[in-house]
Design a protein around this ligand. Structure first.
Ligand SMILES: C[S@@+](CC[C@H](N)C(=O)[O-])C[C@H]1O[C@@H](n2cnc3c(N)ncnc32)[C@H](O)[C@@H]1O
Length: 322
C-alpha cells in the first residue's frame, strides 16, 4: 500500500524562549538585497527553535549551503533526529500522545509528566528517545519553556493544558524534508566555532540571535543551558561580528534587547556595536511570569550593511502579489 506522509508548513518543531516567529516580517524587510540576487551560505550560530532558519529555507531556493549551531546539545540532537529519523520520532510521539491523553485526571497527568522528566534527565538514552521526550516535555510543561538548573537538568514544572498536540506530524515531515533538501549541517558548541564554515569564495549571511541581555535583574530569561551568557559573552560576540565585517562577502544581522529604551544611560549595545546600522523593531514578548508585564517592547536589530536598502524589493514584491 502506498504510504503518504502528512506534510504541513515548515516551522519550529519546538517552542523556544526568544523564538522569532512574531518578528519574521520585520527581519525579512531588513535582509541584505544581495540575497535576492546570488547564491549564498546561510549560518545561524544561535539557532534555538529555528523560526528564522525555516523561513530562510522556504524563502531562498538559491541557498548554497546552510549551517546551524546551538550550545544546547539536546536541541541540536533534536535537529539531527528530525533530519535523519522523522518516522521513528513520529511513531514515539504518537504513542506518548495516546498515553498522555488517555489519562483523565490532572494529578495522573502530572505524575506521568514528572516520570518523563526524570527519564529525560537520566544518562544513556539514545538521541531518538531523548528527542521524543524533549518534544513531549516541551508540549506539556509550564509555558513551553526549556530551562536547565546548575547541574544541567531540565527542571521546568508541569503545565496545565486540556488537549495539547504532542505529535505534529505535518511540521516534523516538512522540517525534515527541508533539512535534507539543503543538507543542513548541524553543529553543537559555542557560536565562535561557526567561523570555520565560511564560504571563502562566495557570499555569506549570518543571523545572530543570542540570549538577550536582561533588561533588569529579574525580568529576563537567560537559562537555556547551565553556562550563562553574560556581558562578557555579549562583548565577545561583538568582537566576533567586527572580525567578520573585516572579511569580504560577509553580511550579518543580529537581534538583542533594547537596553537603552528602558534605561537611557545604559548604552551597552550602542557602544559595543558602534559604527554599525542599529534599528529598533517592535516585538511582543510572551515569556514573563507576570501576565500584566507581557506587552510590546522594542528590540534591537543590528546589521553590518544598510538595513533599509532592501525595503523597495519587498514593496515591489508585495505590489506584484496584489
Ligand atoms: C534567543 S535563543 C534563539 C532563539 C531562536 N532564534 C528562535 O527563533 O527560537 C538563543 C539560543 O542561544 C543558545 N546559546 C546560548 N549560549 C550560546 C553560545 N555560547 N553559543 C551558541 N549558542 C548559545 C541557547 O541555547 C539558545 O537556544
Amino acid at each position: 500500500m502506498l504510504h503518504l506522509n502528512a506534510i504541513g508548513k515548515a516551522k519550529p518543531f519546538i517552542k523556544w524562549v526568544g523564538g522569532k516567529s512574531q518578528l519574521l516580517q520585520q527581519l525579512e524587510k531588513r535582509l541584505p538585497p544581495e540575497l535576492y540576487e546570488e547564491e549564498f551560505t546561510y549560518i545561524e550560530p544561535f539557532v534555538g527553535g529555528g523560526a528564522m532558519l525555516f523561513f530562510m529555507l522556504q524563502k531562498f531556493p538559491n541557498l548554497k549551503r546552510v549551517v546551524i549551531n546551538d550550545i544546547n546539545r539536546n536541541l541540536t540532537d533534536a535537529y539531527k533526529v528530525i533530519k535523519q529519523a522523522p518516522e521513528g520520532l513520529i511513531y514515539r510521539l504518537k504513542h506518548k500522545e495516546q498515553q498522555y491523553l488517555s489519562i483523565t485526571t490532572e494529578e495522573g497527568r502530572k505524575d506521568f509528566y514528572l516520570d518523563m522528566r526524570r527519564r529525560f534527565n537520566e544518562d544513556g538514552l539514545n538521541k531518538l528517545d531523548k528527542t521524543a521526550l524533549l518534544i513531549f516535555l516541551n508540549r506539556t510543561c509550564f509555558n513551553g519553556l526549556y530551562r536547565e538548573n546548575a547541574s544541567g537538568s531540565f527542571n521546568v514544572p508541569f503545565g496545565r493544558y486540556a488537549n495539547p498536540t504532542i505529535c505534529n506530524e505535518g511540521v516534523i515531515n516538512a522540517d525534515s524534508e527541508l533539512l535534507n533538501r539543503y543538507d543542513v549541517q548541524i553543529l553543537n558548541g559555542d557560536f565562535k566555532g561557526t567561523v570555520k564554515y565560511l564560504d571563502a569564495s562566495g557570499l555569506n549571511f549570518f543571523y545572530f540571535d543570542p540570549p538577550y541581555r536582561p533588561l533588569s535583574k529579574t525580568s529576563s530569561f537567560n537559562s537555556y543551558v547551565k553556562e550563562e551568557f553574560n556581558d562578557g559573552s555579549q562583548r565577545e560576540l561583538a568582537v566576533f561580528c567586527r572580525m567578520l565585517s573585516k572579511k569580504d562577502n560577509i553580511k550579518w544581522m543580529l537581534s538583542n534587547s533594547d537596553c537603552s529604551a528602558k534605561n537611557p544611560s545604559d548604552t551597552f549595545f550602542e557602544d559595543i556595536y558602534s559604527g554599525f546600522d542599529i534599528q529598533r523593531v517592535y516585538a511582543s514578548r510572551m515569556i514573563n511570569a507576570n501576565a500584566s508585564k507581557r506587552g510590546k517592547l522594542t528590540e534591537l536589530l543590528i546589521c553590518n550593511y544598510d538595513s533599509k536598502a532592501n525595503e523597495h524589493i519587498i514593496e515591489s514584491q508585495l505590489k506584484i502579489a496584489l
